[in-house]
Design a protein around this ligand. Structure first.
Ligand code: AP5
Length: 221
């Protein structure tokens, strides 16, 4: 049975990262978040981090060639027999085309694309209440998934912080970028017959079970 090779697609704040972490543990696959990769570059002050900082903090997408190079390089380091989840990549049709070419070269085509959906008002509520651990990147939510101790990561004791792009005005820019540049991917993958819809408007454990069911079915093919 081939290991699952997946994309988690959908607007910001729909729970892609939350579920990618849960599925990585559940199915023993690698989870790669394009946003986390970029934020690490920014935090470390690398030349790439300096180049992308303005885009990320303003809610705009970084140029295709930059992010594609980062992600294809990272995929090249995955063990060939290991499944993976790409969370947040691709986000444009040119990124999807570059990914398809890279995966074809590697002989590891996609098994499925899971498309998370949630209405905008709920997205904004989730994002503005999100907190992330400055040390291990674990994600919390003040309303829905609060830490046991305020401001402290349950997992590693690190300090929780708010992402600079989680302010309401920046979220609006991110949603607009999604509508303009990422929505066409729904059609792109739908015509390939590999798109699976995920209703993200449910408690995290319910979404987790639905996502796991889809992946288990893909694994069984
Ligand atoms: P990125 O980090 O990828 O952000 P995003 O796609 O906007 O996604 P988010 O991280 O906001 O949301 P999520 O769906 O992972 O939700 P989460 O699980 O955290 O990208 C950031 C930036 O990087 C971009 O704006 C761009 O500049 C750049 N970038 C990245 N990739 C790029 C690309 N390919 N091309 C160009 N530029 C790129 O959940 C959200 C909150 O809700 C959390 O608080 C969580 O605890 C809570 N929650 C989760 N599930 C539930 C639930 N079921 N019920 C209630 N609360 C829930």
């Amino acid at each position: 049975m081939a290991p699952p090779r997946l994309i988690f697609l959908g607007p910001p704040g729909t729970g892609k990262g939350t579920q990618a972490a849960r599925m990585a543990a559940r199915f023993d696959v690698v989870a790669l978040s394009s946003g986390d990769a970029l934020r690490a570059e920014i935090r470390n002050g690398t030349p790439l981090g300096q180049q992308v900082n303005e885009y990320v903090s303003s809610g705009a997408l970084v140029p295709d060639e930059l992010i594609t190079s980062v992600i294809l390089t990272a995929i090249g380091k995955f063990p060939a027999d290991k499944g993976f989840i790409l969370d947040g990549f691709p986000r444009t049709v040119p990124q999807a085309q570059a990914l398809a070419a890279g995966l074809a070269e590697r002989g590891t085509p996609l098994s499925g694309v899971l498309n998370f959906s949630l209405e905008p008002q709920k997205i904004i509520r989730r994002i503005t209440n999100r907190r992330i651990c400055s040390n291990c990147n674990a994600t919390y939510n003040l309303l829905f998934l609060p830490p046991e101790r305020e401001g402290v990561c349950d997992r590693c004791g690190g300090t929780l912080m708010q992402r600079v792009d989680d302010r309401e005005d920046v979220v609006a820019t991110r949603l607009a970028a999604y509508e303009e540049l990422t929505v066409p991917l729904v059609e792109y993958y739908s015509t390939q017959g590999i798109l699976h819809e995920i209703d993200a408007d449910a408690p995290p454990d319910v979404v987790e079970q639905n996502v796991a069911d889809v992946i288990a079915e893909l694994k069984g093919r």
